[in-house]
Design a protein around this ligand. Structure first.
Ligand code: GLA
Length: 727
């Protein structure tokens, strides 16, 4: 039993293999948080203290007791209007205009299996591997209810949280802010680790102390965004990769989010993860409900490496779905950086011919194949194959590609419309625009109102009409702007952002169901929607529009804290690189792209015979390591934001095999030697470098490391495969 209820003390304990989470219903019915951290025994309500704190109010029921204040006590789901002046997880505006919701315990249920969320992505697990706790809370005056959901995946050390807000009263209410998780810490000093960025430079690592006041990150862009990723770590000061306490909060949602970390007047820390409250005013009529997307929590006292391992497993096994979740994905060649908008069917066939020669599995025809689309100013929404441009039908093109033994994939951007398109001319009101105002353009395109079923249905029908023309085995789902106008013709503006995301999920789910054998890759100008919500529908995501190997090691480093390599699409592109103009060797580009789902994105027809040979070998190497990369444990061995080298390691689950990758980020005259210490090996086993034949003890590799050679030239890269010697 992972979930235990002590009836006498009204204490709930959630146990995973290494962690304990505990909460208590107090005498007034409020749900207080007691503890989350390393596994403990017994009830921990002794931790609660009560002192008369000036200017921290007391609920009326407390009578003369001035020592009881929700402004000080740790809470599970703090709400506005209860005398807690810290950040709230939930803000409800009642019909009378007041903002108050004082939730009290009503009942609870423990169920076998993991709860699901209607219309939303959520962690899934086999029935026997998870338990669910539902706690029903209610405001006795307004009858507004919150059903707090906890999912416990004991073996994985994962606890999920979500909430359903139900208007059980007679008046209309507006949910002004809704979160799924709150973590209150009684003491300690914590850092907030977040991943900020911009288009083509996503998920940079940032660490700062949580000080008095509130640090908040989030997205108001309608997507989870390039700017801040919806996953953060709360780490005890001093926590490193290998030691120290840290908590992860990963939001399973692809729209706007808000994460707040606050240190209060008594040095207590509160961290909240939930929906963005900007522009969010979710009207609930009687009996209507709002489901708050899930937050996945994990804790370890063994540092970031261990925390990442827990998230990687959870994402791979309990978020990604479908036949590709655990499958080695095809090595693909994408046409974007090969020819951008300028191609014909013949161009694609030439790429396919070379691909077949070299051993690439699939060719993807990126943007530009439909409507009038020779640049990014027109055509979105017109999902009709431009046969004139291709010089053939799609069916013919796919057949030609397939006859070469190469699979075929296609790019789409369903959520968008160009003003210069037949669709927009026909249905200008399908775009999200505020009446009477000119729209805000982004990449010269507008956003279709996917909260409307008729709009989604039309686009889905059109796209299926294309996909049904031939053997399309992969789709890249793109989304190339932020949403500016939160307005819908058919729904309340305050609901538009959330309903839009649910519309996207509905579309994706129907697409998946209709084409279960088709691999879908997510993308939003690269990694602008790299989140666990998308990964529920698309088991891989284009990590960044930046394919420069040197920048990529940083982007992939930041991405690796929560997301496994099996989700990170990564391609070898041309040199000099199109985003930075930087030169790096084909070998280095290959090593970096092999930290994810490997592919190519360049005009391979232009490669010299020697380069083609090298690519062939590279693909051979990748295939050798693909299982290790896709399913092995991943370790960060350096911090590329600080160190001269970028180094990472994959280790097979049985510890028998490892792949070390290193990129030298700097060269200097008379260099010092860089030593790379490995992790995750068996200390007492001997590992052989499969190329040089040299043998080392696991303990030596982990404690002293390997010396990286000093060689002239920029951005040299090394890949070393190690195999355990079976004695
Ligand atoms: C986005 C994607 C690119 C490419 C272009 C096409 O920027 O991230 O990979 O598909 O759109 O317009």
């Amino acid at each position: 039993m992972a979930i235990i209820y002590n009836e006498e003390k009204h204490i709930f304990t959630l146990n995973t293999e290494h962690t304990t989470y505990q909460m208590k219903v107090d005498n007034y019915g409020f749900l207080l948080h007691l503890y989350y951290g390393k596994k403990t025994a017994g009830e921990m309500d002794y931790l609660l203290t009560g002192y008369d704190r000036g200017f921290s109010g007391n609920p009326y029921e407390a009578g003369e007791d001035r020592t009881y204040s929700l402004d000080v006590l740790p809470q599970e789901y703090p709400t506005a209007g209860t005398g807690d002046y810290r950040n709230s997880a939930l803000i409800i505006r009642n019909q009378d205009g007041s903002e108050c919701c004082a939730l009290r315990y009503v009942s609870h249920q423990v169920k076998q299996g993991k709860y699901g969320l209607k219309g939303l992505p959520a962690v899934h697990a086999p029935q026997e591997e998870a338990e669910t706790l539902e706690i029903l809370m209610e405001d006795p005056v307004t009858r507004v209810q919150a059903l707090l959901l906890y999912g416990v995946l004991a073996d994985k050390d994962i606890i999920t949280r979500s909430a359903k807000i139900i208007n059980g009263g007679s008046g209309r209410i507006v949910v002004e802010k809704a979160s799924s998780a709150c973590l209150d810490f009684l003491g300690g000093s914590y850092d907030l680790i977040s991943f900020y960025g911009r288009h083509a430079m996503e998920r940079n690592f940032q660490r700062s102390g949580i000080v008095h006041g509130t640090a908040s990150i989030g997205s108001r862009r309608g997507t989870s965004s390039h700017q801040y990723n919806p996953a953060v770590i709360i780490a005890q000061e001093g926590t490193t990769e290998d030691a120290g306490s840290c908590y992860g909060m990963m939001f399973v949602y692809s729209g706007g989010f808000l994460c707040e970390a606050e240190k209060d007047q008594f040095g207590q820390t509160r961290a909240i993860m939930g929906l963005s409250s900007d522009g969010f005013h979710y009207l609930l009529e009687r009996e209507e409900e709002l489901v708050v997307p899930e937050t996945v929590l994990a804790y370890t006292h063994e540092g970031f490496s261990c925390l990442s391992e827990k998230y990687h497993r959870c994402v791979r096994e309990n978020i990604c779905r479908g036949k590709f979740a655990d499958e080695i994905r095809p090595v693909l060649l994408n046409s974007w950086e090969a020819s951008y908008f300028h191609f014909t069917g013949e161009t694609i066939c030439s790429l396919a011919r070379e691909a077949a020669e070299i051993g690439i599995d699939m060719v993807v025809m990126d943007d530009g194949w439909f409507g009038k689309r020779d640049d990014d100013n027109s055509g979105l929404g017109d999902w009709y194959v431009n046969e004139e441009k291709l010089g053939c039908t799609l069916a013919e093109l796919i057949q030609r590609v397939n006859r070469l033994g190469v699979k075929f994939g296609l790019w789409i951007e369903p959520e968008m419309v160009s003003e210069d398109s037949d669709l927009y001319r026909m249905h200008p009101d399908w775009a999200m625009q505020i009446p009477g105002r000119k729209p805000i353009r982004g990449r010269n395109q507008l956003v279709l109102d996917f909260s409307r079923a008729e709009v989604r249905n039309h686009i889905l029908e059109r796209i299926c009409g294309v996909l049904d023309q031939g053997n399309v085995e992969y789709v890249k789902w793109d989304m190339n702007r932020s949403i500016a106008e939160l307005y819908s013709k058919t729904t309340d503006a305050g609901k538009a952002a959330y309903d839009y995301v649910l519309g996207v999920y509905d579309f994706l789910e129907r697409l998946r169901e209709r084409y279960p054998d088709m691999l879908i890759e997510g993308c939003s100008g690269g990694g602008g929607r790299f989140d666990a919500g998308m990964l529920y529908y698309t088991p891989q995501i284009w990590c960044s529009d930046n394919t420069d190997a040197v920048d990529r090691v940083k982007i992939q480093y930041g991405t690796s804290f929560f997301y496994p390599a099996s989700t990170v699409a990564s391609h070898v592109s041309a040199a000099p690189n199109h985003q930075t103009g930087r030169n790096s060797s084909l070998h280095t580009r290959g090593v970096v792209a092999m930290a994810g789902v490997f592919g190519y994105e360049l005009d391979i027809c232009k490669l010299t015979p020697e380069q083609k040979e090298e690519v062939k070998e590279q693909i051979g190497q990748y295939r050798k390591y693909a299982g290790l990369i896709g399913r092995g444990d991943y370790y960060r061995l350096s911090n590329p934001f600080r160190d001269e080298i970028a180094a990472w390691l994959f280790v097979s689950e049985d510890r028998g095999r490892a792949l070390l990758s290193v990129v030298m980020l700097e060269v200097h005259g008379n260099m010092t030697v860089n030593y790379v210490k490995l992790k995750g090996l068996e200390a007492d086993s001997i590992y052989e470098d499969t190329e040089s034949g040299r043998c080392y003890y696991g303990s030596a590799l982990m404690e002293a490391g390997l010396a990286m050679p000093i060689e002239l030239g920029e951005y040299r890269a090394y890949q070393i495969e190690l195999k355990r010697k079976e004695l």
